[in-house]
Design a protein around this ligand. Structure first.
Ligand SMILES: [Zn+2]
Length: 136
């Protein structure tokens, strides 16, 4: 069994603000981030599609303690976003003061860009992650 969409391809696209997902040939559900099987029906026949990255915040957390080497980044907000295409995707939220983040964030519309992280003491190098901004 081969992976249709590997992390390297997904991450390279993310660095260009392109979000790649997998669309199931059986049920049509979109899976993001890449996985071996459809999140809806566990089918394994999927095509690579580009997902817009627009959605609504469903929950969030504010991070005050992070891994060694990234202390300068805290505090920051991590959001779980339900994308318009259906899948839920985790990423950072920018443009708000993490110290005042409140339940009012839940349900707000966001759009996606990306953020490149320098490697820390425990990773193999730089990483990339979705970076959301509020649109309303
Ligand atoms: Zn499916």
């Amino acid at each position: 069994m081969e992976y249709t969409l590997i992390s390297k391809t997904y991450n390279e696209a993310l660095k260009q603000d392109k979000l790649l997902g997998l669309k199931c040939k059986d049920c049509g559900a979109v899976t993001v981030p890449p996985a071996m099987a459809c999140r809806q029906c566990a089918g394994q026949e999927m095509d690579i599609v580009e997902v817009k990255g627009d959605g609504r915040i469903r929950t969030f957390t504010t991070v005050f303690v992070t891994s060694e080497g990234r202390e300068s980044e805290v505090p920051y907000v991590i959001v779980l976003v339900e994308l318009d295409e259906g899948p839920w995707l985790m990423g950072n939220l920018e443009g708000i003061d993490p110290n005042t983040a409140s339940m009012e964030l839940i349900g707000k519309k966001v759009k996606m860009g990306h953020k490149v992280f320098p490697g820390d003491k425990y990773s193999a190098g730089e990483g990339v992650s979705p970076l959301f901004t509020l649109v309303e």
